[in-house]
Design a protein around this ligand. Sequence first.
Ligand SMILES: Cc1cc2nc3c(=O)[nH]c(=O)nc-3n(C[C@H](O)[C@H](O)[C@H](O)COP(=O)(O)OP(=O)(O)OC[C@H]3O[C@@H](n4cnc5c(N)ncnc54)[C@H](O)[C@@H]3O)c2cc1C
Length: 523
Amino acid sequence: MHTRESLTEAVRAGGTWDVLVIGGGASGLGTALEAASRGYRTLLLEARDFAQGTSSRSTKLVHGGVRYLAQGNVGLVREALRERGLLRRNAPHLVHDLGFVVPAYDWWAGPYYGIGLKLYDVLAGKLNLGSSKLLNRDEALERTPTLKTDGLRGGILYHDGQFDDARLAVTLLLTLLDHGGVALNHAPVTGLLKDGDRVAGVTWRDEESGEVFEVRARSVVNATGVFVDDVRRMDDPATAPMLSPSQGVHVVVDRRFLPGDSAIMIPRTEDGRVLFAVPWHDRVVIGTTDTPVEHTSVEPRALPEEIEFILRTAAQYLDPAPTREDVLSVYVGLRPLVKAETTDGVGSTAALSRDHVLRVSRSGLLTLTGGKWTTYRKMGEDAVNRAAEVAGLPPRLSLTAGLHLRGWTDAPGGDALAVYGSDAAKVRALPGADAPLHPDLPYTEAEVRWAAREELARSVEDVLSRRTRALLLNARASMEAAPAVARVLAEELGKDAAWAAEQVRAYRELAGGYVLAQPALAD
Ligand SMILES: Cc1cc2nc3c(=O)[nH]c(=O)nc-3n(C[C@H](O)[C@H](O)[C@H](O)COP(=O)(O)OP(=O)(O)OC[C@H]3O[C@@H](n4cnc5c(N)ncnc54)[C@H](O)[C@@H]3O)c2cc1C
């Protein structure tokens, strides 16, 4: 078992690390696992919590990106489809096949999208999840019974992967620790150490004790998502920003709005984007938007017009259609979009690179950003290859394409504990496995204990937002569950009642930002 204390001690006593990764989202965790599984001494430092940023706020798809195919980016789609297939093999408890219906209301839509999706099948090759096919009207309605029937001709069915993003992040963390890596959350990097003009390590702060430490490393990878430019400025204050972030909003509604077993993909919204309505943990996630943002923040907020756009577009296809009152949670993620080297900084973010980018500064600092959750493994592989070159580490082959992630099982379950894979029995054996946290949430006290003991959860937010997904499934219910979570967490972490009360206050303040209408809470 790894505790915060034992891991902090390991960082302090660790000497010089081969690979030090800043940031514990998809990119950072993928890089750290890649390095540790090759046998490099690896440390990851995360400022807040693992996947606290963009990596817990995705559309929950492991996908090639049908939209990028429409843009003609065949190489990007092929790579992502390969990664989709590998991830499904390596984490079958977290990634599953989902059918997507593209509804057809025009005579040409079936053949037009049908041909594109056949190409998608071909690009996936042996790792394809299932063949796309044309659906007649009845077949489309059987899969997606709430589709508007007026003018519906049929649809196209295709397959992609679906996952739980923050649970995959926690799973990568546990796999990293299993491979001898060290990782800490609530541990922001505050500066870079240099030997002459070469990066030689970082300074970081333990947010719990307030202590500041120095740690030395042969290579440093900056994987801080929309914050990469902040770290690049620690390296060179004069450096020009490489990102032009945009935000994407999702709303979560009850499953009755999409009761079948398939998702809906709307290929062309009024602003020329795609919109998904995806069944997820017995709710429906609908999104997303693409709105350029000037300032990056840890808790971005949806604009009223983004919510209105999502609900208006959904109402063009769904009957009944969700309204503001039906929204259980609203969440917002920031895309770390990389500017073209020649960009003038003007224009639509939809045209910026969705491919990942790896840059090495004059000092040897590696910056890894862009890309998607789906390609985290390949991003990590590329970053570690480069880090080994830059730092002169002995070259070692990548093993991650065939590496089973923590909890791997050949018989993934379908119940509430399925995301733990082969660890589910251990969670079930903990005290509180029969004590629900809230009648409207599928979680128990045992999961809080597991999160504290095994998954480095340190706050009520860590538990309700990312170890469980309560905040996204029903933000108000999660606010009501906060006192129970704080009580169990305080017991597990040895904290007092004042700590628990402050945790509840802070959590409710945060979760208030995920609720659209705010009637009084039941305690
Ligand atoms: C709306 C939206 C929907 C998406 N949907 C999908 C999807 O369905 N499928 C898909 O494959 N991809 C999707 N993506 C893309 C995917 O989510 C991102 O590419 C990915 O999560 C980015 O991960 P990251 O690790 O680079 O950044 P982040 O997840 O933001 O991680 C960066 C981390 O660095 C930490 N950090 C920052 N500064 C410091 C510091 N000084 N010290 C230590 N740590 C620091 C942050 O706290 C954060 O945890 C979506 C993206 C968005 C915005």
